[in-house]
Design a protein around this ligand. Structure first.
Ligand SMILES: Cc1cc2nc3c(=O)[nH]c(=O)nc-3n(C[C@H](O)[C@H](O)[C@H](O)COP(=O)(O)OP(=O)(O)OC[C@H]3O[C@@H](n4cnc5c(N)ncnc54)[C@H](O)[C@@H]3O)c2cc1C
Length: 488
């Protein structure tokens, strides 16, 4: 009989792991507490509008290709990808924005126009970013994070100094234009920490941005989830939704023996959890938890977010599919997220309008708008605060882009700290896991294999390699390889 494994959660990491394990002959069942699959990448549909609830930037297409290739497939077997042109737009003031093109030549031109001589520096910077990207993909991110030794080879040693400098220092060494600095520091925000707290090595995100480009799966990121579910199903994975795992049961030798799901006990030999790591540990007996509350409290978590999904009854002007509003002081906002947690005085925010390039996401003549304000995890969350901030950003949006918008809202739904906790059992309501700081990189992250409970494994954005969809795919692969190795 095939070895049985139950996977908690149906986010990208769990789905990826389920495919690898089913391919290896395991009898795999995914248990998801929500009524739909996809975790933070679920979908929301209303009145002919379609929104991705979470991720919207499809970066690092090579990682998705690698994933599907492991099963003899291609992304195009499941969804159609469009390269966005421009990749995105950044607002710095009223009617003042820069667009980031989908090709390097135009990006160099844009830099040179903004700051004379900067294109030469950008070229050197991107050469290093590309070399780091290649090293990260080849030598680092697919490693299980068990020991520092797994990271050591001649290439990685030659780059060690970059772990002791920061992205902020590296970017500001030669580039002086505040606008260009903000554009170059933006990609590492996906890793969950401030550029001043992110090792310079992670500038590989700039190569992902400028070198590999920004893509959009037609129909939205949820198409990728649907593709993975279809692949998993074809490999024999079973899915149960509305299946809330309440307890991980262990026997006398601290080995997994079963799960309590919706009040019922089911027997299982192996458990892999893609739910937030902190939450999973609360499902086991206290004496078997590996990390204390103090440990989690000291960690740098990625921000939480206040999100709005808005149906507009007209088309919106002067913005792009992805638009960033960096017209306020990033350092002040970052301090209010990481150092002195409070609701931001003048928040930076991000908006997307997928219906500008993808007709499937809104009825004709209308626009689907997604707005995101990064917030400190664990912060107070009330309806009044949400409403207050909606008006704050709408007023700014209208002024910066010279148009009236509030009168065109058909509906809006918000999602914030309390929803992250409620929907995903997220620690302090974090939106995308634990940040990639120096002390939270590779073997310094929470471990994939439990050291206290036999046959219990973890995957997802709190483990290696870190936050984001491509890392979640990689994490699922790493976890499944470890399980296969240990349960031969
Ligand atoms: C607003 C937002 C925007 C983002 N933008 C981007 C982006 O543009 N690009 C990008 O690459 N990444 C982005 N990310 C990050 C990316 O979405 C995540 O890193 C990734 O989806 C995490 O996948 P995961 O498998 O680790 O976890 P999750 O998707 O969180 O999956 C965990 C699953 O476990 C389930 N679960 C929890 N507890 C239980 C339980 N007790 N029983 C059963 N099930 C349980 C949850 O319901 C959930 O389905 C964004 C995230 C958010 C929230």
């Amino acid at each position: 009989m095939n070895k049985q494994i139950h996977i908690i959660g149906s986010g990208f990491s769990s789905l990826a792991a389920s495919c690898y394990l089913a391919q290896a002959g395991y009898d795999v069942t995914i248990l998801e507490k929500n009524d739909t699959l996809g975790g933070r990448a679920r979908q929301y549909k209303k009145d002919g509008f379609t929104f991705d609830l979470g991720p919207s930037w499809y970066w690092m297409p090579d990682v998705f290709e690698k994933f599907f290739a492991d099963f003899g497939k291609k992304p195009s077997d499941y969804y159609k990808l469009d390269k966005l042109s421009p990749g995105y737009e950044v607002y710095f003031g009223k009617n003042s924005s820069l667009t980031v093109s989908d090709n390097l030549e135009d990006i160099f031109k844009m830099f040179e126009e903004e700051e004379k001589g900067s294109a030469k520096h950008l070229k050197t910077f991107l050469d290093s970013a590309k070399a780091n990207y290649d090293t990260a993909i080849k030598d680092l991110v697919y490693k299980p994070g068990i020991s520092p030794l797994e990271l050591v080879n001649t290439t990685t040693i030659s780059r060690v100094s970059q772990f002791f400098s920061t992205v902020r220092k590296q970017v500001r060494k030669n580039i002086k234009s505040n606008k260009l600095i903000q554009i170059l520091e933006f990609p590492v925000l996906f890793l969950g920490a401030k550029p001043s707290n992110t090792p310079a090595f992670y500038n590989f995100m700039n190569y992902a941005d400028f070198g590999l480009g920004t893509w959009h799966p037609r129909g939205g990121m949820y198409k990728v989830i649907e593709g993975m579910v279809s692949l998993a199903t074809s490999l024999g994975v079973k899915f149960e939704v509305n299946a809330n795992v309440e307890k991980i049961l262990t026997d006398n030798s601290n080995c997994v023996s079963g799960l309590q799901v919706n009040g019922k006990t089911i027997a299982t030999e192996l458990v892999l959890s893609g739910a937030d790591y902190h939450h999973t540990e609360t499902l086991i007996d206290k004496n078997l938890r590996q990390y204390s509350e103090k440990y989690w409290d000291k960690k740098t978590f990625a921000p939480s977010s206040l999100l709005f999904y808005v149906g507009f009854d007209k088309k919106i002007k002067n913005v792009s599919h992805h638009t960033l509003f960096f017209d306020t002081d990033f350092d002040v906002h970052a301090e209010e997220i990481y150092d002195n947690p409070k609701w931001p005085t003048a928040p930076l925010f991000y908006a997307n309008f997928t219906s500008m390039t993808d007709k499937t996401s809104a009825p004709e003549g209308k626009e689907a708008g997604f707005f995101l304000i990064p917030l400190a995890p664990g912060i107070e969350d009330t309806e009044e605060l949400r409403e207050q901030y909606f008006h704050k950003i709408m007023d700014r949006f209208e002024k910066l882009t010279s148009q009236e918008l509030k009168g065109s809202v058909i509906f809006k739904r918000s999602f914030c700290v309390n929803d992250f906790k409620e929907a995903y059992n997220s620690y302090k309501g974090n939106a995308y896991g634990m940040a990639n700081t120096l002390l939270q990189t590779a073997f310094l992250r929470p471990k994939i294999k439990s050291s206290t409970v036999q046959n219990l494994y973890f995957t997802g954005q709190l483990t290696v390699p870190g936050p984001g969809v491509p890392p979640a795919l990689i994490s699922g692969k790493i976890a499944s390889e470890l399980i296969k190795k240990n349960s031969k």
